[in-house]
Design a protein around this ligand. Structure first.
Ligand SMILES: Nc1ncnc2c1ncn2[C@@H]1O[C@H](COP(=O)(O)OP(=O)(O)O)[C@@H](O)[C@H]1O
Ligand SMILES: [Mg+2]
Length: 511
């Protein structure tokens, strides 16, 4: 890439269209990426962001449209062509070899490799890149030993090592804790300013866009619906453009009297599937009408904790009481009867049975109730009526109560799961990543339902990787790091900085 002026268009898409069967993933998209800018590409799930980036990286061929690089029309037959021009891409899924070192992974596939394989020279170059952009990484470590955030840095370094000046990043922040997000964007900023590189990155995190990008392009259903300078945008305007209607991002936090403890957890320990103690001595309490948020980066034990509380996983040590009753070793069904509701992380396999109809899925939570089970025969008409009502109340887009669960989109399926649990008016609700991967509209809806349940006196545990969500809804906020709580803080004291650092294990709040 020969030198360019700041602000000059480096990479451009004109009229790009791409269909997958019936789906129009990209519909006549124009995108201009300028030197020196961090360009956020924003859109709901399925809006076509990844498809567009894969086309710009030569991984997919467009059905229509053209790509220009520094004003020249280019045709990419494979990523090799894009890489040769200095375009790199960091995918959402990692493409690294776990048993190899960081250095080996980075130099793999480089033209020098195989001719003069000079590892120590390579390591020097890589160390220099780290120094320049502020990355901290153990270069001799094997990739399997690294955290998700570190693996992502390996991929960035790999792109830079191979000469990338345009760095496409697909949702880089989703695996990072807030301080790691700050650090990454600081590094990207250095790249953008020093080398006049162009950095398009995809995200659905609005605060990150507002704080760190220069321009935003918003996609909806495969089309560009807005392109603007970040300083002209607000969180509200971005959200509305993404969804295509007005959305209320900030649901009103409601104050309700906080009641008696509904859940008391004492010194809880539990193992993950590999037998590792993933939850190590967690203690807390949740009261009626209270939302306790548990913030954490994926993989810090929150999933094991929620499964253990719900009875889906044995407790190694410690005690769990639901409204005074010891449920530490009580089976799942019995817990439901005692008033525990669970929205699991895995909505397709744990939360629902894909091949079952919606009615049967709703019944899963009810089949021990007298009204639905007369001498073991399920009262089909009542079940169908309840399901129909639920579909209406939650505005679920589905063919009807008999539609199989697998035919619903993630957001609609989650509404069914949430509705099913809340219609039982649980005393305690464990909501594990209730809006993970949902678009802004569906997330807003789920937030409202959680607050309605709170108003009705349900105690709620909200487990989330999204710190903004936790801060918006919770009365108290706990952070989980490597299987332990690093603190539990009342909402009034729970600043983003504090909880962010607690999530990264850098600081402790009071317990
Ligand atoms: N390889 C593929 N095969 C079939 N459909 C695809 C493929 N990749 C993406 N799609 C579809 O194209 C649409 C846009 O997807 P994508 O570009 O991944 O969106 P985003 O990254 O904004 O979530 C979606 O409906 C998706 O299901
Ligand atoms: Mg995507």
């Amino acid at each position: 890439m020969h030198s360019v002026e700041r602000g000059q268009v480096v990479l451009e898409a004109r009229g790009i269209s791409k269909r997958f069967g019936e789906v129009v993933a990209n519909d006549r998209i124009d995108l201009q990426l300028r030197a020196g800018e961090i360009h956020a590409v924003l859109g709901e799930n399925g809006a076509g962001k990844t498809t567009l980036m894969r086309i710009l990286f030569g991984e997919l061929q467009p059905d229509e449209g053209e790509i220009f690089f520094q004003g020249q029309r280019v045709r990419f037959h494979s990523p090799r062509d894009a890489i040769q021009l200095g375009i790199g891409m960091v995918h959402q899924e990692r493409k690294l070899i776990p048993a190899h070192t960081v250095v080996e992974n980075i130099i793999l596939g480089h033209p020098d490799t195989g001719t003069v394989l000079d590892l120590s020279r390579a390591e020097h170059r890589i160390a220099a890149l780290c120094e320049r952009y502020g990355f901290r990484l153990p270069l001799q470590a094997k990739v399997w030993q690294l955290s998700e955030g570190e693996k992502q840095i390996v991929e960035i370094l790999k792109a830079l090592y191979h000469g990338a000046r345009v760095l496409i990043m697909d949702e880089p922040t989703s695996v990072l804790s807030p301080p790691e997000v700050e650090r990454l964007l600081h590094s990207l900023r250095t790249m953008a300013s020093e080398d006049l590189a162009v950095i398009p990155f995809i995200t659905h995190k609005l605060p990150v866009v507002l704080e760190h990008s220069d321009r935003v392009t918003i996609l909806r259903r495969g089309r560009v619906v807005a392109e603007l300078e970040t300083k002209q945008a607000t969180e509200q305007s971005l959200a509305s453009a993404m969804v295509g209607r007005e959305v209320t991002l900030q649901v009103e936090r409601i104050e309700v009297p906080i009641g008696e403890p509904v859940l008391t957890v004492d010194d809880l320990w539990a193992r993950d599937d590999r037998g590792v103690l993933a939850v190590q001595g967690v203690s807390f309490e949740v009261r009626a009408g209270e939302i306790l948020g548990i913030a954490g980066v994926a993989g810090n034990g929150q999933e094991i904790l929620s499964d253990a509380l719900a009875g889906l996983r044995p407790v190694e040590r410690g005690r769990v009481r639901l409204a005074g009753v010891d449920i530490t070793r009580v089976p799942v069904l019995q817990r439901w009867k005692l008033g525990l509701g669970y929205i699991p992380t895995e909505r397709r396999d744990v939360g629902s049975i894909p091949d079952f109809s919606l009615v049967d899925n709703v019944l899963l939570n009810y089949y021990s109730e007298p009204a639905f089970s007369r001498r073991g025969v399920l009262a089909a008409s009542e079940a169908r009526a309840l399901t129909g009502q639920l579909l209406r109340e939650y505005s679920v887009v589905a063919a009807g109560p008999e539609a199989p669960a697998r035919s619903l989109s993630g957001g609609n399926l989650q509404k069914v799961i949430v509705g099913r649990v809340l219609s039982r008016r649980p005393r305690l609700l464990i909501a594990a990543l209730p809006t993970h991967g949902l678009d802004v509209g569906a997330a807003e809806f789920i937030h409202r339902k959680l607050l309605e349940a709170k108003r009705a006196g349900t105690g709620i545990i909200l487990i989330s990787e999204d710190l903004d969500e936790v801060l918006m809804l919770s009365d108290r906020v706990a952070a989980i790091y490597e299987g332990q709580f690093t603190g539990i803080v009342p909402a009034a004291e729970a600043s983003k900085e504090l909880i962010g650092e607690m999530m990264a294990g850098l600081r402790r709040g009071r317990l």
